[in-house]
Design a protein around this ligand. Sequence first.
Ligand code: CA
Length: 233
Amino acid sequence: MRILIAEDDSILADGLSRSLRYEGYAVDVVHDGSSADSALQLQTFDLLILDLGLPRMSGLSVLRKLRQRHTALPVLILTAADSVEQRVEGLDLGADDYMSKPFALSELEARVRALIRRNGGARTSVLHHHRLAFDLNGRVATIDEQPLELSARETSLLEIFLSRSGRMISKSQLVDLLCEWGEEVTTNAIEVYIHRLRKKLEPSGARILTVRGLGYCLEPETKSESADSAATI
Ligand code: CA
């Protein structure tokens, strides 16, 4: 899950990005509106956290341009406590939620989880796959109710696969979803994460298939006779 934070207050941006990274999200930070606008045109994100008071281009303009491109990206706006008008305008322009400054990080994290979950179309907060269960709120995986120990990266990877069960994901998409700009992550690193995750998932019956030359896919639970063949994906 990849989040873009557009916030010109660098102390707040640092605090936000640190806590969201700790939660296992890949986070990119921009400090002005026009950088946010460029980033949104270049890269796919799962969520935008958008301060409305940004230099170079206002948050509302960023939001307006985003919605003009017909993207359904969830947007959480950050507003000054007293700016009811901005908040209303932001929601009218298609923001999904807002937080008034100052806010508690724990509340922001809860709203981030809710927005990402809503966008993923999940009706419940627990995803099940074979004997594996994944709680989207706590981001905890269990096999037969026994906790499964996963690193932050492995947790993110599992979340990506579970939310796209049966769909092929290329290595470069995984690199995009997991990693941040400037971070050197090779496809080899992805292979290592997948290898580790596969081992840990083995007792659950969940299988990550390799689609040769293309990427990976979480094997759907109701598989057809030919699902073993990568060619059917
Ligand atoms: Ca600001």
